[in-house]
Ligand binder design. Structure first.
Ligand SMILES: C[S@@+](CC[C@H](N)C(=O)[O-])C[C@H]1O[C@@H](n2cnc3c(N)ncnc32)[C@H](O)[C@@H]1O
Length: 281
């Protein structure tokens, strides 16, 4: 059977367009109940964002689950975190703990001969610290961790810290083997500062920084315009700036990107990186 390349190309094009348009549509529709900013006072982004996460924490999972399924976000989380998070892990801006199910914890109680075979010890997570700024989001993720810990002893090595990831001074330099952020750079008041702190606490030798982020495409002007035009509404609904230039943020942070995959017309980036060599200069 011969494959007609034109047909394959057309099918891929139609699929990509559908996903791109769905992204713009889904992310701007049905959102959690939000506050009404009726006064003319200009509220700084950080305040608007924090206030919104406090409000939507309890409904966040219900509201976003369907959208994430349609967009295949679970696949991206599993692809990045399930296969690459290892050792002592810090996840910043953990939200409601949507990555929790993808971590592969070390099965410490496997027999030695199985561990010798490799898979259990290599590439597995020994400890997980979840850092989250919003108290309400942190409450939700703490409850989830407690529930999961009752079901699996591996989850006993998970801790939730309420804190701001632009100041991780409570963790020493190079404390973690893997540092993770998913969909956080769009919400941080100072995303470059957050990335620099994430690099500081990540091991110089063998440490990895894993990111899934959304932002402007820097390729498709029409789609970037949709994001720019919908920015204020999106902050009001979801607490994040969806039109940020992730490439520029990463360059400014001096992160050393190993690879970057683009999805959803380039609005989503999946990135594996290392602590930048120029960070300390
Ligand atoms: C869009 S949610 C993403 C949640 C989660 N990472 C996920 O993948 O579903 C962004 C999260 O970042 C948190 N956040 C915003 N600024 C933060 C900061 N400076 N430090 C830590 N967390 C922050 C918010 O409270 C919110 O939970």
């Amino acid at each position: 059977m011969s494959i007609n390349l034109k047909h394959v190309g057309a099918a891929v094009g139609v699929y990509a367009s559908a996903v791109g348009l769905s992204f713009a549509y889904i992310r701007s529709r049905s959102a959690p109940p939000s506050s009404c900013c009726c006064d003319a006072k200009v509220v700084p982004f950080a305040e608007r964002s924090t206030e919104q996460y406090e409000k939507i924490a309890r409904v966040y999972d219900d509201k976003i689950s369907m959208d994430e399924s349609v967009m295949g976000i679970g696949f991206l989380r599993s692809h990045l975190i399930g296969t690459r998070a290892r050792g002592r892990v810090l996840e910043v801006a953990a939200g409601t703990g949507r990555n929790l199910g993808y971590y592969k914890f070390r099965e410490a109680d496997l027999p030695w001969w199985l561990r010798l075979l490799g898979s259990a010890a290599e590439g597995s997570v020994t400890e997980l610290v979840l850092c989250e700024k919003s108290r309400s989001m942190a409450e939700v993720v703490s409850e989830k961790v407690a529930r999961l810990a009752r079901a699996s002893s591996c989850l006993n090595n998970v801790r939730v810290d309420v804190g701001d990831c632009t100041d991780l001074s409570k963790y020493p330099d190079e404390m973690f083997d893997t540092v993770i952020d998913t969909f956080g750079l769009c919400s941080f008041d100072d995303p470059v500062a957050a990335l620099r702190e994430m690099q500081r606490v990540c091991k110089k030798d063998g440490g990895r920084i894993l990111l899934i982020e959304h932002g402007r495409t820097n390729t498709w002007a029409w789609l970037d315009k949709v994001l720019d035009d919908g920015k204020d509404k999106h902050i009001e609904l979801w607490g994040c700036e969806w039109n940020r230039d992730i490439d520029q943020i990463i360059r400014d942070s001096k992160l050393e990107v190993e690879w970057c995959d683009k999805w959803h017309f380039g609005t989503t980036r999946v990135i594996a990186a290392r602590r930048g060599k120029r960070l300390d200069k």
